[in-house]
Design a protein around this ligand. Structure first.
Ligand code: TXA
Ligand code: MG
Length: 321
């Protein structure tokens, strides 16, 4: 049920059941981060492998010390700068965080979400919320309550409705090795913004079968429709036999008789606007029974990097590579 009632949300969480919560990035599938019973339900409903750890959501800097310890100075500095907001920190976990949250790791992923309704809810709980994105494993992330309902129907007693997600792509993930910062996932804070703050950050955002951050699996955020990613939409269309094409472009419109639906991420070429629209555009195009979706690669800078990362994981076929 879609609702704005945080008391109802709290009641469900206290039964060790799970709910959907809004954040500024994407919706999450949330349960008590201290209770195995609730945590198992998250993995089960999402069909997520147990070796892919969850992010713990907190409401204050004080609460950070309930979940993590030996926190590097630089991590505290980043937390103070970017929280509440779309930054996830990988830190040494405290003993009270069950290993099912961290997939057996000694580190825990933590963030303070920048969404008032969810912060209000967290403040009323005496436990943090573990929450992956509220989509079945491998599919497109949800940026509205309706997306979550479409995926899980009546399997969720409460979908807390916080409107459309302001940022639209997941948090940026930063960890530390010998106190040096490492970027594990491009996200809705651009790498440039983080580097302006703390200097050079090493990037470890590789797609491998056994990644350090398993959310980096290669196939992710995927539409069901056959999809292509390209630097040049018009050239690609000429090589394709399809009559019913959907196009996802950055800022320009495409004229071609085979293109029956077109979404422009940001007419002004604004990266934040493009990021905000990305997943809902993929959801929309995927519902249209198209022969294929063609997405355009963005310039590799700012949030263009994050959007390209998501598109590369979402797209099955790429004739150019
Ligand atoms: O914006 C977000 O981060 C959203 C909202 C709901 O907060 N959440 C989200 O969660 O994107 P999820 O589960 O879809 O992605 C979490 C990522 C995964 O790539 C996971 O592998 C990584 O965080 N992660 C979690 N714990 C980790 C750890 N201890 N070390 C390395 N990576 C970790
Ligand atoms: Mg996810």
């Amino acid at each position: 049920m879609i609702t704005k009632d945080i008391h109802k949300a709290k009641t469900v969480l206290l039964k060790n059941d799970i709910i959907a919560i809004p954040t500024e990035t994407v919706y999450g599938l949330a349960g008590n981060a201290y209770e195995e019973e609730a945590l198992k339900k998250i993995y089960l409903l999402k069909k997520r492998p147990l070796n892919n750890p969850l992010i713990v959501h907190i409401h204050s800097l004080e609460q950070l010390h309930d979940v993590a310890e030996e926190i590097p100075e630089m991590a505290l500095h980043l937390a103070k700068t970017f929280w509440p907001g779309p930054l996830t920190l990988i830190l040494k976990k405290r003993a009270n965080i069950p290993y099912i949250v961290t997939s057996g790791k000694e580190t825990v992923a933590v963030r303070m979400p920048g969404h008032q309704l969810t912060l209000d809810l967290l403040q009323q709980l005496d436990f943090p919320l573990a929450a992956p994105s509220a989509n079945p494993y491998g599919s497109i992330s949800p940026t509205s309550a309706a997306h979550v309902e479409h995926y899980f129907k009546e399997q969720l007693e409460v979908i807390l409705d916080g409107g459309e997600c302001e940022r639209g792509v997941e948090s940026t993930i930063i960890g530390f090795l010998n106190d040096q910062p490492i970027l594990y996932r491009h996200g809705s804070i651009a790498l440039e913004e983080i580097e302006n703050n703390i200097g050079r950050v090493q990037i470890q955002n590789h797609s491998t079968d056994q990644p350090e951050a398993p959310g980096m699996q290669k196939r992710h955020y995927a539409p069901n429709t056959e999809s292509y990613l390209t630097n040049n939409i018009e050239d690609l269309i000429r090589t394709l036999p399809y009559k019913k094409l959907g196009v996802l472009s950055f800022k320009n419109s495409i004229q071609h008789e085979n293109v029956i639906h077109q979404i422009i991420l940001s007419k002004n070429g604004d990266y934040s606007e493009a990021a905000k629209n990305l997943f809902s555009a993929l959801h929309q195009l995927d519902q249209l029974n198209l022969d294929a979706i063609i997405a355009e690669r963005l310039p590799n800078e700012d949030l263009g990097r994050t959007i390209n990362d998501r598109l590369e994981r979402a797209i099955q076929k790429n004739p150019e590579e």
